[in-house]
Design a protein around this ligand. Sequence first.
Ligand SMILES: NC(=O)c1ccc[n+]([C@@H]2O[C@H](COP(=O)([O-])OP(=O)(O)OC[C@H]3O[C@@H](n4cnc5c(N)ncnc54)[C@H](O)[C@@H]3O)[C@@H](O)[C@H]2O)c1
Length: 469
Amino acid sequence: MLNRRNFALTAAAVGWTGGRQALATPRPGLRPATADQVARAFATPRSQLKVGVIGTGARGWVHLRELLRRDDVAVTALCDIDDWALNYARNLVLKAGRPMPALYTGSPDAWRQLLADGSGGKLDAVLIVTPWELHAPQAIAAMQAGIAVGCEVVAGVTLDDHWQVLRAQQASGVPYMLLENVCYRRDVLAALNMARQNLFGEIVHLEGGYEHDLRPVKFNSGVPGKLYGQGVEFGAKGWSEARWRTDHSVHRNGDLYPSHGIGPCAMQAHINRGNRFVQLTSYASKARGLSAYVKGQNPTHPNNAVRFKLGDVVQTQLACAGGETMLLTHDTSLPRPYSLGFRVQGTQGLWMDVADGIYIEGKSKKHDEWDAASTWFKTYDHPLWRKYGQTAEGSGHGGMDFFVIHAFIEALKRAEPMPIDIYDAVTWSAITPLSEASVTQGSQTVAFPDFTEGHWASRKPIFALDDRY
Ligand SMILES: NC(=O)c1ccc[n+]([C@@H]2O[C@H](COP(=O)([O-])OP(=O)(O)OC[C@H]3O[C@@H](n4cnc5c(N)ncnc54)[C@H](O)[C@@H]3O)[C@@H](O)[C@H]2O)c1
């Protein structure tokens, strides 16, 4: 099976600053629907959706496969500026025996044409699966065209991006979902299920992170089709994520990828729905891992001269209005087995995912000793996994990639609110620029903006409440 470690692709030349598009650029050719038309379209349940994908790289293929499996979705438009990546996606469609979508390519702005052609109800939704710096302009333009957005993590790069994405969603009324798949991981949902049944008692502290050795992703040979982990090229000479992601490690220092870790913690703590982040503080370690990797792979390569700004381990402490604390870790430049480092801790017990450990006072087998979390999670398997576990088998990231697309499509079809909505998207993603600001200011504490503008107190949780999506 293909995954990011055993397959390669070519990617387009988009540097993280060079590929930046102006958020407020007028969009010629777009026929924005009126707010009324949009409201009507998305308030009416539908049984079929026409969906497009912008960015058919490694992650785009995963989503495309999920869409092609569904008989309630017609994939009608694909866009990528890289021929090889787009052709790969085209072959996935052919193999699935589905009608060929319109293909958009040939210019970094080809996606604008896709949106123009899809406006006026011709496209119901678009998945945005491009480099980070394109997420905000593409999402804003899609919503202005009346096309629902499923956006890969993160929502934008700067704090201003996040406000602009939010304002575009509010002005258009178009549904927007952050495609945060880890919220649907089986153990994460089982822990949420346990918390909802009060097994942990009152939640006091949460931890999570993105702790993933990305060195073989940040560097490669630059030769399309070669395996991940070969070579030390990045930027214009790299392919796939090495082409655009590594530049962020050169120029930025903060938690660059918060949502995999913070999403599940935020759902546990009802952030934006009865609770909110009030402030954060970030600490960044020294940056050694990427340089050591380049030197170890090829001591004479010119990339040995590159100075990486991103601290190898960035830790962010967040304080919540409800009195909970959170610790978020970004750790992508050192050798280490993958773990998102979850910890859910309350007055009655806790779960820590690294050691498969769970402890519930008075209910664990022995006092003050860990039980196997996996045993508890069988008992408390979330209704979604009980219902769809078999369907999700073989889907990406242990099945959770099925659930995130399923949720987006089902909520849209049923004309119901997005389960991971615009407020979740901008709140989780804003941790990046806020943590950068904290690190830049010598780990000063930074106030967290309230994107809900006071509504967090009365909004109610809606995420994964039953077995529908
Ligand atoms: N949720 C997850 O588990 C997960 C996993 C991997 C990646 N991602 C996210 O998915 C996104 C894509 O990552 P990826 O691994 O597929 O990267 P990738 O580099 O393999 O794919 C990105 C694709 O976007 C295309 N692209 C660049 N500029 C474009 C433009 N102007 N118009 C159209 N297409 C353009 C590139 O040619 C490339 O094919 C990123 O935001 C990444 O963080 C999420």
